[in-house]
Design a binder for this molecule. Sequence first.
Ligand SMILES: Nc1ncnc2c1ncn2[C@@H]1O[C@H](COP(=O)(O)OP(=O)(O)OP(=O)(O)O)[C@@H](O)[C@H]1O
Ligand SMILES: [Mg+2]
Length: 309
Amino acid sequence: VTLNTAVDRSYVVGGFHAGGVYRSTEYWVGAGGKGINVARVLRALGGEALVLGLAGGPSGNLVSACLDGEGIPYELVPVSGETRVCITVADPEAGVQTVINEAGPEVRAEESAAFLGSARGLYRRLEPGSLVALAGSIPRGDTAGLYPSLVCLAREQGLRSVLDASGEPLVAGAEARPWMLKCNAQEWVALEGCCPATPADAVAAARARLGGGTQWVVITLGSVGAVLVGADEAWFASPPKVVTRNAVGSGDSFLAGLLWSWERGDSPADSLAWGVAAGAANAEVWAAGGCRGERVQELRSAVTVVGLP
Ligand SMILES: Nc1ncnc2c1ncn2[C@@H]1O[C@H](COP(=O)(O)OP(=O)(O)OP(=O)(O)O)[C@@H](O)[C@H]1O
Ligand SMILES: [Mg+2]
């Protein structure tokens, strides 16, 4: 589920600085937003995904066209506002990226209600136990109740929801007790007021959020790796060293790797390792969610997983 879909435009411009004029021959245009990145990487791994989102205006049409082009199935509920465009300029010489994200549409109450209606219909058609990833920011307007409603709807339909958000939407969605909660260490501050610095800190922090329907908590720690914590187990996985080009979207790729593995029945520890491999594979490429399945497979064998107390 991608409430805030986007058109992502990424340019590679060496020596980029404010005030300059550039001609970029290396660029990428595609459908973006965190849930769409998750779907893209799931498919790169050979999994199946269906995108549910909100889209409007000419850039909303471009999101549909890009998803068609990639062969990613989708259901986009129309909004009157215009879908945002997110621009990234990557400077390989300085090793930095400049990002401009448009604010996105202002969603009306009736549009939010129509979206929940579509979600209910879609949820009913999914196999019981299916995984539903709720990922990314939410558009402005009458949207604050959407994540909590989507978590509750999933539970009512026997689906497993996974929330990957930040700030207020994370706090509100977490209150509804998704099956799995996943965020990075900085995002954890919004939940518990602290930023876990080490894997052991992250495990202790994650345990505070288990229960009431939340069976798993994942905290990612950038290039350090990630922890996965359940009622009776806790794991830490660390990635191999890779040449980092653009780690934006590593969290989305991580989630795809984790869910792909989980869905096929691997152990939680194995699923964590697949997530870490996918996050690392994403960091190596320019486009968010642009990693190749084969590369994830290669990196998987170099991921180390240890149990933590
Ligand atoms: N530079 C890197 N090298 C290797 N692995 C990485 C790197 N950056 C991230 N990863 C892997 O990807 C996982 C997710 O990354 P991170 O914690 O940065 O997510 P995030 O902040 O949610 O990212 P985003 O929201 O931009 O997708 C990490 O737990 C780690 O396993
Ligand atoms: Mg993230």
